[in-house]
Design a protein around this ligand. Sequence first.
Ligand code: ADP
Ligand code: ZN
Ligand code: ZN
Length: 816
Amino acid sequence: MHFVEVILPLSLAKTFTYSVSEAEHNYIQKGMRVAVPFGKSKIYTALVIEIHENKPSLYEAREIHQILDEKPIVNEIQIAHWQWIASYYMCAIGDVYRGAMPSALLLESETIISQKQDGFVDESLLSDDEFLIYQALQQQSSLKVQDIVNILNKKNIFPVIQKLMDKNILVLQEEMLETYTPKLIRYVKLHAKYETNEGLGELLEVLKNANKQKEIVLSYFQLSASEKKPITVKKLIESAKSTSTIVKALIDKEIFEEYYIQTDRVHFSGKTKEEQLQLSSAQQSTLEEIKQSFVQKDVCLLHGVTSSGKTEIYIKLIEQYIKEEKQILYLLPEIALTTQLVGRLRDYFGNKVAVFHSKYSNNERVEVWKQVLEQSPKAQIVIGARSALFLPFSNLGLVVVDEEHEQTFKQVDPSPRYHARDASIVLANIHQAKVVLGSATPSIETYFNAQSGKYGLVEITKRYGNVKMPEIELVDLKDKYFRKKMSGHFSDTLIEEIANALSLGEQVILFQNRRGYSPIIECLTCGHVPQCPQCDVSLTFHKHKNQLRCHYCGYSMAKPTNCHACTSVHLTTKGFGTEQIQQELIELFPNAKIGRMDQDTTRGKFGFEKIIDSFKNREVEILVGTQMLAKGLDFDNVSLVGIMNADNMLYHPDFRAFERSYQMMTQVSGRSGRSEKQGKVIIQTYNPEHNTIQQVVHNNYIGMYKEQLYERQIYKYPPYFKLIKLTLKHRDFDKLKEGSMWLYQVMQQNFTIPVLGPEEPPISRIRNEYIRTIMVKIPTNQSLQGTKKTIQKILNSFDLVSQYRAIKVSVNVDFY
Ligand code: ADP
Ligand code: ZN
Ligand code: ZN
C-alpha cells in the first residue's frame, strides 16, 4: 500500500493521508497537486508533501481522485518556509497553503466559475468535455464545480476546467466581481524617424498636400515645445480643433505613434537604457558599504533620507545578482507603487522584470508562478506586494524590502497573519540569500536590530544631486483660530504658500490623515448621528454619492433628509475628510485643477495609477490625499506639501502612534522639492512644541528613536517584548464576555508574564459580532516557542468548553 501526506486548503493544522495506486505512486512527487475527496461530498486541491507507506491508525485512508500536475509546482524550500510561517504565526498550514497559491490553482467543488465575458470562443477547438461545460454556461451565468461533476458525470474534472481557464474561456467567479475595466489614456508622439532635422524636412514634404494633417502636426510641435510633457490625443485634437480621424490617418501613415500610459502589463520594448546608470559618489560608497556588510551579515538596513536615490542603489545591487544568475525578490508595501518602479527597473533590466500581486487576474498570477518555477529569465526579478514571497523561488539571491517600516507588510486578515519583511528574512535565510531593508524612517524594531548588530546598518544622509531637504514651517492652529486667520481648515499661511506655488507652475500635495476624521451627519436638534446597524461605528458621509457608508462592513444608505431619531430636518456634516478639503479648495482656488487620492478614488485595478499619472503629467495641480501619499512616490515638480492637521495622528491610542506620526510626516514631507529647488512643508498643528513634531522639523530620526525606545522599555512593548494578540468574536454579547474572561483567567494562572484584557476595542462590534481582545507580552529573554505552546494548549482547552466553542478566536503574533 502506498500513501501520500497532503495539505488541504482549509483552516486545518493537520496534514491528511490518502492512498495512491501503484501507478500513481510511480508517478507522484512531493509538491504536486492532487484532487481529493474530503468530508461527505467535497473535492479539494491538496498538496503532496510526503510519500510514504504508513497506514493512518485513526481513520481509513481514502483514495485520491487524480494527480493534477506533471511536475511539482511547489518546491521543498517553500514547504519548509510555509511550515515556519504556520508555526511562528500560530496558524494552520492549510491557511498558509491557501494564502500562498493563486486561487486558480486551488479549484474545489465549491468554486464558482463563469464564462469570460468578452472573449470569442472557437467551439470547434473544444474537446467534448470542454464543449459540454461551455454549453452549460450558455444556459446559466455561473456554475459550481460540483455542478460540472454532475454534468460530466465524472469526478476528475479539474484538468478540464483548468484548460478552459488557460484558454481564457472560463474565469473564477471572484474575478467577475471585479467589474472595473481600466480606462487607459491614449497618447501620441512623433515617430522617431522624423525627430532629426532632415526628418523634419521630409515630414513637411510628405504632408505638403494634406493641410488638415499638417495643422495637427504643427499643433503637436507647439504643444510639445510649451508643455514638455507627453501629449494626449484628446489635448492634441482640442488644441488643433481637429478630429480623431485625422489623428488616426497620421498614425496609419506612421508619422505619429500612439501609446497608452504605461501599465505594469505593458510589454517592454526591448531596449534598455543606453547610457549606464551613474551612481553619485555618496551612492557608490553606500553600495560598497552594503556589499561589505553582506560579508558578515545577511540582512542590511539601508537608512537613507527621502530622495537619496535608494532605488538606484538597489538597481546596482540587483545587477550583481543578475550576473550571478540568481533570482531577486523586490517587495513593496503597496501594489499601487509597482507601476512607477516597474518602469524604472525595466529601463535597466528589460524583460527580466515580472510583477505579482493580488490585483492581477488569476491567469496572470499563474503565469508568473510558472515562470518563477521554471526559473525563467522573464521572472528573474519579481516585484510584488507581500504575497510575492510565496512564489516558487529555488535560487533566490537577494531580497529588497523597500519602505520596510510600512505597516501594510503585516497581513491582518485572513490568517496567515504574517509580516512580509520578517517572513522574507526567514525565506532568504533558507536560500542563503541576502536582504536589504530600505527606509528613510526605519521601524523602531528594525533600527534596534541594526543597532544591536543583528543587521548591518548603512546610512545615506544626502539627497541625490545635493537637493536640499525641504524647509519645514509649523503653523500654530490655536493662534490662527484665535486671530481669525483660518478659512475652513486652511490657515492664511498655507493659502498663501499654495497660491505662490501655483503661480510658479509648481504642484502641491495636501495630506489629511484618514483616521477618525471621516465626515459624519449630525442632527442639530437632538444630536443623533446615524450608526451602522451591524457595527459599532458612525456612518461616513460621502458627498459625491450623497450616501452614508460603513467603512467596516460596506453597509450603505442614501443620505437621510430628516433625523431618524427626532424627524428634524436640521442636519449638518461634521468631521473633515479629504472630500471636504477638496471642496474647500475648490472655493479657495476656483481655477486650480484639484485631484483627490483616497480609498474612494483609487478603487479598481488602475485607480491609483490613473491619479498618479495625471499628477505626474501635471494635469492635476493640487493633490489631496491620505496615507497613500506617504509611500515612496517620486514627483519632480512638487514644491509644497501641506499637512492639514498633525494632531489627529499623534493622539491615536496606539503605542506606535508617535513613531507612525514621525514616519508619516517625514515621508509626506519627502515628496516636496525632489529636484533642484528646495521644497517647502507646512505643518498645521495645535501642538507645535510636541517632541515628535520637533523631531520631524529637525529631521531628527535618532531623537525620535531614542525617545520611543525608552517608552517601549518602560511600557513593555517591542522590541523589548513580543506581542501576541488574541481576538474573540461572537454575536452574543454576554457569552463573549464570559468566554473572554475565562480565557483571560486561565492565561493569568498559567503565565507570570503580562496578560492584558479582556478589552473592549474602540470599535467593539463589526458585522453584528462583538469583539474582545487579550494581549500577551513576552519579554525577549523568555522562550517565545514555549509561550506559544502554552497559549495553544489553553486555546485547545477553550475549544473543549462546549458553551464557548462557537466563539471565534484569532491569534495575531507580532501584532502591528
Ligand atoms: P529614494 O527612494 O531614496 O527616496 P529615489 O531612488 O526615488 O530616492 O531617487 C530620487 C530621484 O533621484 C529620482 O528621481 C531618481 O531618478 C533620481 N536619481 C537618484 N540617483 C540617481 C542617479 N545615480 N542617476 C540619475 N538619477 C538619480
Ligand atoms: Zn434628531
Ligand atoms: Zn458596518
